[in-house]
Write a protein of this length. Structure first.
Length: 261
């Protein structure tokens, strides 16, 4: 058993090294978005509690951060918890997610890597849907890292793509009502300025990865991914490996982006 495991590990490392050579450092996606899907199915397939799957998934986020820093990705947006999840998931499951969010927010604030590599955290979504203690922990993480600039890590929590667009429209309507904006001035640029992702160096993702084998976007960044490349991977999020990230980047680099043309 040990010999077989070592042999598999050796093949894995060789494949990882080969993928690294295959990827062009000149065409690394600047903005990577990931739909973290498959935690509950991973739990069922491994015969463990859902809470353990979420904990493994949270560990994987920390690994992904390190991989992205090494590869040179500048912006990462993670779909962690949707508005629909909050409205439909059992209370016990949500409480576990909330505990993990607070725990990891506090851990990131103590993580030497965050400060050495100047990782900036940003929370996007309707924070008023969250318990106060969760919103406060996430807001503090955002506030404490606001001056960092090497890698932007956006956490989509209590997020919905339609809700984001509605919130942008409401902001614009208020500006029209106050006389700050004329109706004739409303265009795509103005809408983008009022989305949650406003202020990012590159708001629109180059590459969107969804784990779990599902092939849909589930109300994620509906405006921003208009011209993104989508890669769907048949692996549950807690089992996501560095080779899966490298394979997705290789697929991205093999495509010819047309931006609607």
């Amino acid at each position: 058993m040990i010999v077989r495991a070592l042999r598999i590990f050796g093949i894995y490392k060789l494949y990882e090294k080969w993928l690294e050579r295959e990827i062009s450092r000149e065409e690394i996606p600047q903005h990577l978005a990931v739909i973290l899907d498959g935690n509950r199915r991973w739990a069922r397939s491994n015969g463990v509690p859902t809470s353990q799957a979420y904990r493994f998934g949270a560990d994987k986020v920390e690994e992904l951060l390190r991989w992205c820093l090494k590869i040179g990705i500048k912006i990462v947006t993670l779909y962690v918890l949707s508005v629909e999840n909050i409205l439909r998931r059992p209370r016990e499951e949500l409480e576990e997610i909330y505990r993990l969010l607070v725990e990891r927010a506090e851990k990131f604030l103590r993580d030497e890597l965050v400060w050495r590599e100047r990782v900036r955290f940003r929370v996007i979504g309707r924070l008023d849907y969250l318990p106060d203690y969760v919103a406060e922990a996430l807001t503090r993480l955002e506030r404490e890292t606001v001056h960092h600039d090497r890698l932007h890590l956006n956490i989509a929590v209590a997020y919905g793509g339609r809700a984001e667009i509605v919130d942008a429209v409401v902001k614009i309507c208020n500006k029209v009502a106050s006389g700050e904006v004329l109706p004739s001035q409303i265009d795509e640029e103005l809408i983008e300025e009022n989305l949650y992702t406003n202020g990012l160096p590159k708001p629109d993702p180059d590459l969107v990865i969804r784990t779990s084998g599902e092939e849909r976007i589930s109300n994620f960044l509906l405006w921003q991914i208009a011209y993104s490349e989508l890669v769907f991977l048949d692996v549950y999020w807690p089992s996501f490996r560095r080779i899966d990230l490298l394979r997705a980047i290789r697929t991205y680099q093999q495509r010819h982006r047309r931006f609607g043309g």
